[in-house]
Write a protein that binds this ligand. Structure first.
Ligand SMILES: N[C@@H](CCC(=O)NCCCC(=O)O)C(=O)O
Length: 254
């Protein structure tokens, strides 16, 4: 049986004066080797994206992390220096993709920038430079050029008992995660429920209320250690199983 197809929307980046559509390899690798799905990179289009043409053909969606931030005008806030850098083409593709995937019941795993896009797509807001807020931990990417050190597992989060995330991770209570973000959920969207919190109250995981299937977001990076870290592996394996189940259900539809 062929692998399920999983859409991963790209970032739009200027690299040495040329425009690229990019996805970090760690998302491709985790999707292929742990979820057991075939990644399909989706270009970041400010206009012209045919979302249903994508969702007609894929069996899941992974919304990846990125150093760029959701433009604050998308959640009613005026942009300042602290909200950047921006990627409007990515926003214009991923937010409609998220909303439509949820409507159609296509399995959705949103990671880091992805959980922030999920929240904004469904009507929530974000806080920026959260480390500057009194009592908050510093969730930012550690200042190192070593990628393994930057993505080191170093923060405790508490998983809500009976949550979707607890089921997918195969654990309740607390787990250790990595952390590489300056923004986080401020007002949670009406259709989302918080499923994991950091010790400082930062929302670290959500699920879509009354979702037709697998529809969760995490603020940490399970993709990076998906082959070696048990909760990371479990999450990607659960997503892969959901994608295969979705693919099989499409095969039997008249
Ligand atoms: N930009 C947002 C989301 C952070 C995020 O997705 N981090 C991934 C870092 C990718 C990398 O540099 O390897 C925020 O800062 O909150």
């Amino acid at each position: 049986m062929s692998k399920p197809l999983v859409a991963i929307p790209a970032d739009f980046k200027d690299i040495n004066g040329s425009n690229w559509h990019c996805v970090l390899d760690q998302y491709v690798n985790a999707t292929l080797k742990v979820a057991g799905a075939m990644p399909v990179l989706i270009p970041a289009l400010e206009t012209g994206a045919d979302i249903d043409a994508v969702l007609d053909r894929v069996d899941g969606v992974v919304i990846s992390g990125s150093p760029s931030n959701v433009h604050p005008s998308l959640y009613g806030v005026e942009a300042t220096e602290s909200h950047g850098p921006f990627d409007p083409a990515r926003d214009a593709t991923s937010l409609p993709l998220i909303r439509r995937a949820i409507e159609r019941g296509v399995p959705l795993l949103a990671i880091c920038r992805g959980i922030q896009e999920l929240n904004v797509a469904l009507g929530g807001t974000l806080a920026t430079e959260i480390q500057d807020q009194p009592g908050n931990w510093d969730h930012r990417k550690p200042p190192t050029e070593d990628r393994d050190a930057a993505y080191a597992i170093r923060q405790l989060v508490n998983i809500r008992q009976g949550s979707c995330i607890a089921r997918y991770l195969g654990t309740e209570g607390s787990i250790q995660i990595n952390s590489l973000h300056r923004q986080a959920i401020s007002t949670i969207a009406p259709r989302l429920q918080a499923e994991a919190l950091a010790e400082d109250g930062t929302v670290e995981a959500v699920s879509v209320i009354d979702a037709k299937g697998f529809a969760v977001g995490v603020q940490w990076h399970p993709e990076y250690w998906a082959e070696s870290d048990a909760p990371s592996r479990a999450l990607f394996e659960a997503f892969g199983a959901a994608a295969r189940e979705y693919a099989a259900s499409k095969a039997v539809k008249p």
